[in-house]
Ligand binder design. Structure first.
Ligand code: OA9
Length: 358
């Protein structure tokens, strides 16, 4: 009988031998198919990640987030932070990155996120502890190869147990076995005409009062406060594969072109949090941000891949002068990330405190 442990028993450098071997080898799987998840299940995510200034600065630099409070200690103190925090987009991406191995590594697309709440600023050196609960599972009626799963996730400081950020996220997750469906609703569209305002108003400046004045003007003129941001960022390898890997995000969507060739996108796609952070950076560059508060109804509408350019568009929904400290008021925005073909790829509602005066 052949001793298969003998190094010379097989020549693995021979293409034909190796090909035949690969064909009969099982794959040690990573991640979970849709069928794994049941409502109420709780998962504690194991990958270890410690927030760092290096990671935050790399994230901010690549996504054009230049708010000095996250780069300099003096500005951070002026803005009411005890010490210079890491950027909230980086925090959110790290908390989600850690969850990917357990929740979505099988290849499910990130569809949307809701109830994103920043409970307190996070600082460099903080080790993360992240847990998720399955809150909903359903079959996709339009795509029988996929199911749709929603989780609630909480990211905590592993040492103090304090919650830093929490959110509810929904992904399309591949099924082990395709489902029988009702035929689905692919391509069905509401062809009801959309009405648009005749006029779009832009704020004159970047302060809370500028947003409030623009909303007042718009109300008088039956207009909306909405504008685009000039900057664009073309997605390169560093953004598509590098940044997600730096947050321990193992989703094959971002770094395995071979696997993705046969997927709905046909290629690797950008981490939704990178796409979103770029569009938000464009928006923040046109406002005097004081503090990020929360996000709601975030959706990823279309794929962003290598070579696509991400632009930003903003609509102002509400101003609340009574929320926040003396020097700031709350503004609720709807932000849209779109590509070079003007196709929306992300949209979400964001409430941030905006500084009142110079
Ligand atoms: C971290 C990470 C991955 C990870 O985590 O590891 C990532 O970063 S990955 C990159 C970011 N991501 C993307 O690049 C996806 C962009 N996107 C698309 O390219 C298209 O969306 C699609 C091709 C995926 C689908 O395309 P599509 O089939 O035409 O889309 P839809 O018909 O709109 O949705 C199909 C079904 O999802 C339901 N659905 C949609 N949105 C939501 C929502 N928010 N909440 C709950 N259910 C939702 C819908 O209700 C329908 O359900 P049914 O199948 O039952 O009708």
């Amino acid at each position: 009988m052949t001793d298969w442990t003998d190094p010379d028993a097989m020549d693995l450098s021979d293409g034909e031998t190796f090909d035949a071997l690969l064909d009969r080898a099982d794959t040690r799987e990573k991640g979970h198919f849709f069928e794994f998840f049941a409502e109420g299940d709780e998962l504690a995510h194991d990958p270890g990640l410690r927030l760092t200034h290096h990671g935050s600065e790399q994230w901010m630099g690549q996504t054009l987030n230049h708010d000095p409070a996250y780069w300099r200690a003096d500005t951070a103190r002026e803005r009411g932070f005890e010490e210079r925090p890491v950027h909230p987009d980086y925090l959110l991406a790290c908390v989600m990155g850690i969850t990917v191995e357990d929740l979505s590594e099988k290849g499910g697309y990130f569809l949307g996120r809701d109830d994103v709440e920043f409970h307190q600023p996070a600082t460099a050196g903080t080790p993360l502890s992240v847990t998720s609960t399955v809150v909903d599972t359903r079959t996709s009626s339009s795509r029988p190869k996929y199911g749709i799963v929603t989780w609630e996730t909480e990211g905590q400081d592993r040492e103090t147990g304090e919650t830093l950020v929490s959110y509810r996220r929904t992904n399309m997750i591949p099924r082990r076995e395709p489902a029988a469906t009702d035929g689905g609703a692919v391509g069905e569209q509401d062809d009801g005409g959309t009405t648009l305002p005749d006029t779009l108003v832009s704020p004159d400046g970047e302060r809370f009062g500028d947003f409030q004045a623009a909303l007042d003007t718009a109300r008088e003129e039956n207009a909306a406060v909405a504008y685009r941001h000039e900057r664009g960022r073309t997605m390169d390898d560093q953004l598509v594969a590098g940044l997600p890997l730096s947050t321990l995000n193992t989703a094959r969507q971002h770094h395995n072109r071979d696997e993705m060739a046969d997927s709905p996108s046909g290629d690797i796609v950008a981490y939704g949090d990178v796409t979103r952070s770029i569009a938000l950076a464009h928006a923040r560059s046109d406002e005097a941000t004081y503090r990020e508060q929360r996000f709601a109804d975030e959706r990823f509408h279309d794929f962003v891949t290598l070579g696509d350019t991400v632009y930003g568009f903003t609509r102002v929904l509400d101003c609340d002068p009574d929320a926040g400290p003396e020097g700031a008021g709350a503004v609720t925005f709807e932000h849209v990330a779109f590509n070079q073909e003007q196709t929306p790829v992300y949209s979400g509602r964001r409430t941030a405190l905006i500084q009142r005066n110079q």
